[in-house]
Design a protein around this ligand. Sequence first.
Ligand code: FAD
Length: 470
Amino acid sequence: AATLMWFRSDLRVQDNRALAAAAARGPVVAVFLRALPHWRRHGHGANQLDFRARGVAALKASLAGLNIPLLHRDIDDFSEAPTTLLEIAREHGATALHFNHEYPLDEQRRDAAVLAAFREAGLEARGHHDAVAFAPGELLTGKGDYYGVFTPFAKSWHRQLTAERLALADTPAPQAETGIASDPLPELPELEDAPIDGRHWPAGEGPAADRLERFLRFRGRYYAKQRDFPAIRGTSELSPYLALGMLSHRQCLQAVLAENGGSLAEGDAGLVAWVNELVWREFYRHVAVGFPQVCRYRPFQAHTEALAWRDDDEGFAAWCEGRTGYPIVDAAMRQLVATGWMHNRLRMITAMFLSKHLLIDWRRGEAFFMRHLVDGEFCANNGGWQWAASTGTDAAPYFRIFNPTTQSSRFDPEGTFLAEWLPALAELPAKARHAPPRDLLGGVDYPPPIVDHKAARARALEAFKALKAG
Ligand code: FAD
């Protein structure tokens, strides 16, 4: 009897644990459920929906090489997943279903319902922990709690890591023809937020593997030195591929082991720093499971619930549209909207600017990022936003508020990134681009700052202090 392999954010045939387990049982039939209305309701933007659709097409081609047919169904809501999958199982006489776990609450609930429905129908169903080295719950503090702070989590991650956890799953050998035809893949319907040009982000495991190889060959060793400078392509730009599973973290870590004399924790400083980021990715997934309130739009730090965020639609619009008058913030927001990606240093600067300088609820920023990011991933996005807003794990102490102008001169010293995204400022001398003096601007069309750094900082401090007092 056939086994169903349900693909979600693991769009690859290499090193895919659920696929390898399904293939070990016998013939495999692959399934993809497209839940467009559900994803739209949950704030997924056109950029990622388009990237995902192209990823499914690439997956279909890889599966065809293994004689694995791919069935494609549209559902309106996650609640339809159990019946749709059971129907497919009955139609093709499948007796088992395999998938890889996803960790946000909504996805966990969908999967629990699917597991229950299959069990009830007398069929086997199994979830695999594929996107993390440790399943949530496997790494706990001495007291048996989930880690709420990164550094001890990372220590424990390194200490308990074994070769087996990093072992790559076998790519299935081509199976005999099943006689089941793959479904044609429907076009993505027109969405009001049209996706950016897909050539920025070619989808599939081929392009993902190429990027990983190029990153490690040319940039990995300089990562620690270059990663904070947005004008330099110092980071891997692999986040969209990791978010949708066109590449696995194990493939990344194995490649590091090969380059770094078999170590993830010692050796080349660049590679070790890069591994640390992959551990952050895993940490936030554990946080989503261990502290499910974060999946319910609640702060990790409960006492920040009462923070008096400002209603400021104009300020929010200026931030979204990159016209706050702070060049580093504006250039970053333009990069996001134009490319569907933003450099990590800039994600921190823009998120802090919205939540601290404008004192606007971080959840509005989180949603805006989700609508634009090709790599939009609930756990990392929520974790990053809550960090910046000082409501999260490892809470940046609320009084440590980035000065955007200082950040700009430190991390874009020549104003190169600013000039790229705000061409009007390219006319100014490099040093003047970080905080353009009005008298130098002349005819240049660039707005004055919408808030004064010092005053905005004082306002944010007051709001956080009121919380403490209250
Ligand atoms: P690299 O520096 O090459 O890092 C390698 C990989 O590690 C990344 O591809 C990513 O998978 C992971 N990673 C790196 N930094 C982090 C981090 N801080 N937290 C979790 N994982 C990390 N990352 C997302 O993948 N999706 C998001 O929606 C997202 N939203 C963010 C929002 C905010 C406010 C902040 C501050 C950070 C966010 N990040 C998010 C984390 C980080 O900014 C991106 O992963 C990174 O910029 C992607 O670029 P890269 O692939 O070149 O990263």
